[in-house]
Ligand binder design. Structure first.
Ligand SMILES: CC(C)(COP(=O)(O)OP(=O)(O)OC[C@H]1O[C@@H](n2cnc3c(N)ncnc32)[C@H](O)[C@@H]1OP(=O)(O)O)[C@@H](O)C(=O)NCCC(=O)NCCS
Length: 172
């Protein structure tokens, strides 16, 4: 689930787009995560969310990062040796009454490497793996006020879907 981050204006992001990152766009490689990438993934997530969650990431790696698990996907984008972004998702079969569907749970790009096509590359890569798994639909869930991630997903062709979230407090 995507958390709230401060949105950047289009004007600002155009001004700050670093030429080096833009030049590197074609050189970004996307591949499955490895154990040795985790420290950099944790660092990117800490920068983006303001929280360092080591135990959480160790658990995500066990569930999504171990090769050969099939339906779980945890991919990283690299500029040379440096991890500049990651995406996590999985194929869910018939949950919420829906036919098998590819869910993206998290996508993050290092703020220094943004606006150079890396997020797009990550999403394309996980979509390709979902297609290979035979699913025809991509879904995600995000906070209403996270306009940055909303703009990104809209740019990738995602629209409001037929599901809605419901919740209640579980006070004891
Ligand atoms: C959303 C995010 C992944 C985009 O990564 P990125 O590498 O900058 O994305 P891209 O360069 O591929 O951008 C693709 C499109 O997204 C949209 N977009 C990206 N950043 C944007 C911004 N700051 N403002 C408005 N639109 C934006 C644009 O339409 C862009 O296409 P354009 O540059 O041709 O206009 C990145 O900004 C990020 O990590 N944000 C924080 C994510 C988050 O909240 N994570 C919480 C934990 S999961």
């Amino acid at each position: 689930m995507f958390q709230t981050v401060a949105p950047e204006s289009r004007a600002r992001r155009r001004r700050v787009a670093p030429p080096a990152a833009a030049d590197a766009a074609g050189g970004v490689v996307v591949r499955p995560v490895r154990r040795a990438d985790l420290e950099q993934v944790i660092a990117i997530d800490s920068t983006v969310t303001g929280l360092e969650k080591r135990a959480y990431w160790a658990s995500v790696y066990r569930r999504y990062g171990v090769a050969g698990r099939g339906e779980q996907k945890f991919l990283v984008a690299l500029e040379g040796e440096r991890v500049v972004g990651f995406v996590i998702g999985e194929v869910r079969d018939w949950e919420f009454g829906s036919p098998p569907c590819g869910w993206v749970f998290a996508i993050s790009v290092d703020p220094q490497a943004r606006l150079a096509g890396t997020g797009t590359r990550l999403l394309e890569a996980i979509c390709a793996s979902f297609r290979r798994a035979g699913v025809k639909k991509l879904r995600t869930l995000l906070a209403r006020d996270n306009t940055l991630i909303l703009s990104f997903f809209r740019s990738q062709g995602l629209m409001a879907g037929p599901l809605m979230t419901l919740e209640r407090d579980l006070a004891s």
